[in-house]
Write a protein that binds this ligand. Structure first.
Ligand SMILES: Nc1nc2c(ncn2[C@@H]2O[C@H](COP(=O)(O)OP(=O)(O)OP(=O)(O)O)[C@@H](O)[C@H]2O)c(=O)[nH]1
Ligand SMILES: [Mg+2]
Length: 269
């Protein structure tokens, strides 16, 4: 991965934009998705973060990068989860002066033609924007009922545990201003799977950032295999529950502190 050249200034009203695509065995999808991104948003740069995919995704990524100076590749040692691939790539993006960093799946679930919705919301003042399936106008296409139930259930649990007003906290189509990523201390993020998205959203909210949801159309992958696994769901459940317990204990402590202080004040007067 060499440093990105900035001969051309990107102008989406938000500065230089880097779309990060994590890949593991996406040989059948990567060329098409990069092509769609480059067509929909010709100014943005793309960074493919490939975990040494056995199916040769990395070699295709290299060819795309050789043909297009807006495409870059982060070759990683091996499969370490999408969270690790994003963190590594965010650091590269921040070090290379991008103003906006975007998460985008390779499998066709996220629509490059909807990137402008996220960029517009950032330009209008949001610090982080989530592409959302579960706000008005959001849609899912060809998703099995089991995945819908899992997503809705996961988001219900997240809202209950963390008390956040985000309808699709688990969603992976997200845009961040560079300052938002700097504010949330990426070095402390340990989540690997789905809950990586909840983790970043939760940290952005706690850092006082404005997090906005915009409707997206989420399409079930047509080619290649899902990397979703039981361990990813269990990790999300455990981490979200622990964050929730921590959050609720903090709320309780503050409440007790307030009541105690009030009692002391009343006692003195
Ligand atoms: N670099 C890297 N990318 C990964 C890893 N796991 C998943 N990805 C990528 O992350 C994105 C989302 O993964 P998916 O397999 O689509 O997971 P999902 O969207 O939860 O599940 P389905 O779409 O139902 O298959 C895709 O672009 C994957 O190739 C990983 O360990 N390393
Ligand atoms: Mg997917």
């Amino acid at each position: 991965m060499s440093s990105a050249e900035f001969a051309d200034a990107t102008d989406n009203g938000v500065g230089r934009v880097l779309v990060v695509i994590p890949t593991y065995n996406e040989a059948q999808n990567i060329e098409s998705i990069v092509g769609r991104i480059r067509k929909a948003e010709p100014d943005v740069h793309v960074l493919i973060a490939d975990d040494n995919s056995p199916d040769g995704t990395g070699a295709i990524a290299d060819r795309l990068a050789a043909d297009d100076d807006h495409v870059h590749v982060n070759h990683r040692r091996g499969k370490e989860g999408l969270g690790a691939a994003y963190l590594d790539s965010f650091h590269w993006g921040l070090d290379n002066g991008y103003d906006v960093l975007i998460e985008h799946d390779a499998d066709g679930s996220h629509q490059p033609e909807e990137l402008h919705r996220l960029l517009d919301a950032l330009a209008n003042g949001a610090d982080m924007v989530k592409g959302s399936r579960w706000v008005r106008g959001g849609r899912i296409v060809n998703w099995p009922k089991s995945r819908e139930v899992l997503s809705k259930g996961g988001n219900f649990w997240t809202q209950l545990m963390l008390g956040i007003p985000i309808k699709d906290a688990t969603g992976g189509f997200n845009a961040f201003k560079a300052d938002t990523l700097r504010a949330i201390n990426l070095d402390e993020v340990a989540s690997a799977g789905y809950c990586f998205q909840v983790d970043l959203t939760w940290r952005a909210l706690k850092a006082g950032c404005t997090v906005e949801e915009v409707p997206i159309t989420f399409v079930e992958r047509e080619r290649g295999d899902s990397k979703m696994s039981r361990s990813i769901v269990i990790e999300a459940l455990i981490r979200t529950t622990l964050w929730g317990i921590d959050h609720r204990i903090g709320q309780l402590r503050r409440l007790v502190g307030r009541v105690t202080r009030k009692g002391v004040t009343t006692g003195r007067s």
